[in-house]
Design a protein around this ligand. Structure first.
Ligand code: PLP
Length: 376
């Protein structure tokens, strides 16, 4: 039996999403066609748009479907620069989809520091916004490695007062904690289906009335001219179904914090440090570091025991590298030793307990080996 606790990398596809995808594939139809099949496909897309909008407390008209979180972040950054932003302030723990896109844009990029719990420093932001140039500020709602939740509403108030543009990467927060785009005050918000139980390769950028989005792909004028190309109807349908289920199950996911905290107590008793413990965090994410016990050894040992988790950050080659996020929190001493356990809609208490059992067993073996080496 295997145990999957790597939902922040990608969630297991929800049965509701798989059913909606299968239905859309079986029915076919191009949403731009005027005949019955086309109209049915259009209805699917618009139903999903309403479901996704409801998940984040936005109006359906605010939702533009794109290929995923990375493209949503890119569209937001591109749009803000086209709208006259001259500099970009990027949170020090942002995902590469934001950090690298900002860097590649050619605009002036400034890094916004976080404290030792990974929380962005609002005093620094207010000072940094005292500048004549229009500024794009990028602050994630929750961090992919640590689960640390950022003070996005407070940042939004400061960015608004300064006449800037706030982009929120909510890829990890959506479907895990309640979000309300209308009251948050952000200009744009990125979400991705595969982090909440939908399929990979589909996401959305939610944009408020002050945010004028760029025309990213030219062609047939789909998505109200913002992103041309025949819509990914099965993907969109799966996204909508997953968003609906995730919204209904937010209370159940919130209850997972008890399993997370029970695991945290066990690993701490064995000498691990919980990363961002003092900050508000996603209920199903636990990052912890055990000095001297390399991340990759832990991930591989757990995998052999049938438990799937991640190191702090895995690059696309599948190799483990030291966590940039934990380094930004001022703990480079911990970053090579951190692993992330992240549950989701199908995880139960038994999964978290089994993960703890397996981890303690491999830690014991590791310590026994290290002890034997020291003696020899
Ligand atoms: N932003 C965050 C915070 C993420 O965790 C991820 C995925 O890991 C992305 C953006 C990219 O999303 P996608 O894989 O849908 O392109």
């Amino acid at each position: 039996m295997t145990i999957y606790l790597d939902y922040n990398a990608t969630a297991k596809v929800r049965p509701e999403a798989a059913a909606a995808i299968a239905e859309a594939l079986a029915e076919g139809g191009n949403p731009s066609s005027v005949h019955a099949a086309g109209r049915a496909a259009r209805a699917r897309v618009e139903q999903a748009r309403a479901q996704v909008a409801r998940l984040v407390g936005a109006t359906p008209a605010a939702v533009t479907f794109v290929s995923g979180g990375t493209e949503a972040d890119a569209l937001a950054i591109e749009s803000a620069l086209a709208a006259g932003c001259e500099r970009i302030i990027v949170g020090a723990t942002e995902h590469e989809a934001v950090a690298e896109t900002a860097k590649a844009s050619g605009a002036l990029v400034e890094e916004w520091r976080v404290d030792e719990d990974g929380v962005a420093d609002l005093v620094w932001l207010v000072r940094a916004l005292d500048d004549k140039r229009r500024t794009l500020v990028c602050l994630m709602a929750a961090n992919n490695e640590t689960g640390v939740i950022q003070p996005v509403a407070d940042a939004a108030a400061a960015v608004r007062a300064a006449g800037g543009w706030l982009h929120v990467d909510a890829v990890q927060a959506a479907g895990k904690v309640a979000l309300n785009f209308e009251t948050l005050g952000a200009d744009t918000l990125a979400i991705s289906a595969h982090k909440l139980g939908g399929p990979q390769g589909i996401g959305a950028l939610v944009a408020g009335p002050r945010a004028m989005l760029s025309r990213r792909l030219h062609g047939g004028g789909q998505e109200r001219g913002r992103r041309a190309g025949t819509e990914n109807v099965p993907g969109i349908a799966g996204f909508g179904a997953a968003a609906k289920a995730a919204l209904a199950e937010l209370p159940a996911l919130a209850a997972q914090s008890a399993f997370r905290d029970a695991l945290a107590a066990r690993v701490k008793a064995a000498g691990a440090v919980v990363v961002g413990e003092a900050a508000p965090r996603l209920p199903q994410t636990l990052s912890f570091a055990t000095p001297g016990f390399a991340s990759e050894l832990q991930v591989m040992g757990l995998d052999l025991a049938g438990v799937m988790v991640s190191a702090g950050a895995a690059c696309t080659s599948g190799k483990v590298k030291a966590s940039r996020v934990i380094e930004a929190m001022g703990r480079p001493d911990l970053s090579p030793y951190a692993i992330r356990v992240s549950g989701g809609w199908a995880s139960g208490e038994a999964d978290w307990t089994a993960c703890g059992d397996a981890w303690l067993a491999i830690l014991e073996r590791h310590r026994a080996r290290a002890g034997a080496k020291a003696v020899a």
